[in-house]
Design a protein around this ligand. Structure first.
Ligand SMILES: Nc1ncnc2c1ncn2[C@@H]1O[C@H](COP(=O)(O)OP(=O)(O)OP(=O)(O)O)[C@@H](O)[C@H]1O
Length: 284
């Protein structure tokens, strides 16, 4: 659904590249996470993919269209929900969606239905300019679904939303993906990425450092640890042991043999810990 080969970009065309020789593919029906800290180059790549920024070097194919030969029809297949997306302040929520819907050559989803889906029912006739940041975010998210996109670009889809709305948005993303929609998700939120993505790319300083599924990454990079709570001298003690290191395995066996065990859990490395391990960088 997306094919990117040797993509590079220099904003000032001064020999300094903000995106450096990036290559990756996104399969149909996949949720692909593009993860990296601020300034890593996520938006630059996303903007080239969606046609907001002109391609300088490399090959990019989106939903069977070559980005070098843009066709208006391509937009019928694509949905975009970006933080900086403009919505019209003087139009109501419904008018915003109806206006946007008219830009497509394909049949569109009823605006009221979309507003209900994102929890904006009852707000149809309120001016978007009077919306809170979270409400504007939901309106942009709803708008990005209006053409039933095959390929959906989502930029930080749950950032700044209260937890229950964020959970609703996550469910909508999962449902759309179950219906076959391919999703390119840009974020620096590892929990969202872990929960939603089939595969993730780690991007730092304009370079992709690694692409894999969260499961494989945890298997490959995650330390296998067991956390044990046990009673010693009438006190509860807590220790963490590696299940790989021989001395830890021995110590764990001894604790189990000699003490009353209260709790015992395996501990998995988080995607964030793996990101730091692989790239040597945090996500902020
Ligand atoms: N219009 C521009 N002109 C010059 N440099 C730019 C421009 N836009 C971005 N950059 C630089 O390109 C690099 C990558 O920026 P980009 O916005 O793609 O990062 P990002 O990973 O999306 O960050 P964030 O998570 O903060 O949005 C940064 O060093 C940034 O300063």
């Amino acid at each position: 659904m997306i094919s990117v080969k040797n993509l590079s970009h220099s904003y000032n065309k001064d020999g300094k590249f903000q995106v450096k020789d990036v290559s990756f593919e996104v399969k149909k029906g996949e949720i692909f996470g593009f993860l990296g800290p601020s300034g890593a180059g996520k938006s630059t790549v996303q903007n080239i993919l969606t046609g907001l920024l002109q391609l300088q070097n490399g090959e990019v194919k989106i939903a069977d269209y070559d980005v070098k030969n843009p066709s208006k029809k391509r937009f019928n297949k694509i949905g975009m929900s970006f933080e900086q997306s403009n919505i019209y302040s003087k139009l109501t929520a419904k008018e915003n969606l109806d206006f946007y819907g008219k830009l497509f050559d394909v049949s569109t989803v009823d605006s009221k239905e979309l507003l209900q889906l994102v929890g904006l029912q009852g707000k149809e006739d309120k001016k978007a300019g009077e919306f809170s940041k979270g409400m504007k975010h939901r309106l942009t998210f709803a708008r990005s679904m209006i053409n039933n996109p095959e390929l959906w670009f989502l930029d930080e889809p749950t950032t700044g939303l209260d937890p229950s709305i964020a959970a609703d948005i996550k469910n909508i993303i999962k449902e759309k993906n179950d219906e076959g929609v391919t999703i390119f998700l840009t974020t620096h939120n590892m929990f969202i990425a872990d929960e939603l993505c089939d595969r993730v790319a780690f991007i730092v300083d304009g370079e992709i450092k690694l692409i894999d599924s969260p499961e494989n990454l945890k298997l490959q990079y995650g330390e296998k640890l067991v956390e044990v709570e046990y009673i010693e001298n009438n006190e509860t003690k807590k220790e963490t042991y590696s299940t790989v290191l021989p001395e830890d395995k021995e110590a764990l066996e001894k604790v189990i043999r000699d003490h009353e065990i209260q709790t015992m859990h395996t501990k998995e490395a988080t995607l964030e810990e793996i990101f730091i391990k692989v790239t040597g960088r945090g996500l902020v």
